[in-house]
Design a binder for this molecule. Sequence first.
Ligand code: PMP
Length: 387
Amino acid sequence: MKLAASLNRLGTESAFSVLAEAKKLEAAGNPMIHLGLGQPDFKTPKHVVEAAKKALDDGHHGYVLSNGILECRQAVTRWIKKRYNTEVDAERIIIMPGGKPTMHYAIQCFGEPGAEIIHPTPAFPIYEFMINYTGSTAVPYDLTEDKDLRFSADKILSLITDKTRLLILINPNNPTGSFVEKSEIDKLAEGLKKHPHVTILSDEIYSRQIFDGKEMPTLFNYPELRDRLIVLEGWSKAYSMTGWRLGWSFWPEQLVEHINKLLINSVSCVNAAAQFAGIAALDGPDDSINQMMEKFIQRRKLIHEGLNSLPGVECSLPGGAFYAFPKVIGTGMDGSEFCKRAMHEAGVAIVPGTAFGKTSKDYVRFSFAASQDNISNALENIKKMLG
Ligand code: PMP
């Protein structure tokens, strides 16, 4: 077989490899605590599941519009109005099979040899892989330790050149759990006014998981950027719907027809019943989100204090999402060795920092989307492992 060279430029998500290895060890009788995958450990709210069942009973079995059923897109616009007090046109909302396809399609719209795409590191790895896949140049900006792994507007603005086509922002960030507040985003938005050739892709998938009562600094706040703004959002994290494969995104008017074409040429449309579930989630009560957040607040405290009490481990306080990203090099091990020993000796599945970028080899990612008992036991086991 003669395969396309571009295939070799695609990487994979290590959290899934960690899961596969952990499951193998489990099957061989070794107990395992899973703090690897980034998905809430709660059930999808009942009223959301009921809406999908009803949609199937009502006969929503067929193809629907490629950009999503109108009712679902309108539910998204109502949600945007309710949360961010701004009106958007439902024609600029596209329902996607998960959050990921938005990054895939957005990068496909801009990526080609000669084009530069600015992205954070460490970050959700798919961004860098997709940039490389298209043959464009990945221009990383570091989430630096001196800023508690938050990004800096000045640093990002300094990387923009004539060749920059797309700027990727992820806030709150995976894997660092870092959260950048509105004042810094204001500064960035102001600077971006001087670079009208740059489109912004703002990954806001963790917008409902922000701690300390802080406001989500959505890019919807800047109407002057809206004709070159893509917002990636979805149901996966907020409503514990990772397996439903349902997401939505907002697009510049000019891109809508291209994204529709990409959808028609790949998936046709998103599962109709899932879209009805999505409407119920957005229009329904926020009780499940509030209950989930109460748990995440307790877990964040537990894991943050627990990690910092381990010899040689330093962890900044996550401001959003459900990840802790400690530096473990003080234990005498880099992130990869730490993870290997955690899995084999402590029975704890976590992900090495290098899964999210070359610069984070001294780090590991703990997902705290797990019960307090599991988090406490994992910390106890790792403490024993460190002797
Ligand atoms: N963006 C970020 C930052 C993520 O962490 C993830 C999932 N881990 C996604 C997007 C993709 O979400 P989905 O599972 O809905 O495709």
